[in-house]
Design a protein around this ligand. Sequence first.
Ligand SMILES: [Zn+2]
Length: 276
Amino acid sequence: MTDAAALPGQPRGGVLSGSATARAVNVLAPNPSAMTLDGTNTWIVSEPDSDLAVVIDPGPLDDGHLRRVVDTAAEAGKRVALTLLTHGHPDHAEGAARFAGLTGTKVRALDPALRLGDEGLAAGDVITVGGLELRVVPTPGHTADSLCFHLPADRAVLTGDTILGRGTTVVAHPDGRLGDYLDSLRRLRSLTVDDGVHTVLPGHGPVLEDAQGAVEFYLAHRAHRLAQVETAVEDGHRAAADVVAHVYADVDRSLWPAAELSVRAQLEYLTEHGLI
Ligand SMILES: [Zn+2]
């Protein structure tokens, strides 16, 4: 769920569909839009010599897409053994129950309402399937239930909507909170600095090979937007829609409703920090 198209200064993306790293393959869902960029990225992740795979974000409830994910894994000699969700937005999670039915897998997510089976996901959990290791990284902010998955063997991180391959993401107020989101970006920055992660496998848009650059770009973009919102309020534009019209004048109007959610999150942040 994006609130802007490609932005100046943003790291350029590479692979959009197919193999992205030694362990991650993207099956692009046929749901492109202003909000979902090229469509949702459904990731199949597995050890190269294993016949078991994990699927992250089955995507929308589209039978053709869900079957294509199963077939893509099967063509590589793999059976889907587990389904994970980065968060509960329908473009990532709507097809999860149907996909679980097709594959006989459980669904693990932070939000208990999205799970199938008795296992959830929590900060610090390490998921191992067929020798594959994924570490759960809590990254609230886009939504309260947003998670990333660190794939250490490929020095990669699957970011859902927390970082996109193009543009920037929505802080979906009131569920998403800006303070949480900034903390999450800093958590991802430490993955790039301390754990050597260099590849972003996003929930929408192309793969980014400069993970640290992407995180720094997102932090800088957020600081820039926040300063713009603060100035707009100081100039007397107090209503969220009014702030959007001033701050997001350069963004396509179809994205303004999403931008308004981010503005509401920014107004809340500024108020809580006594800045307006
Ligand atoms: Zn989302």
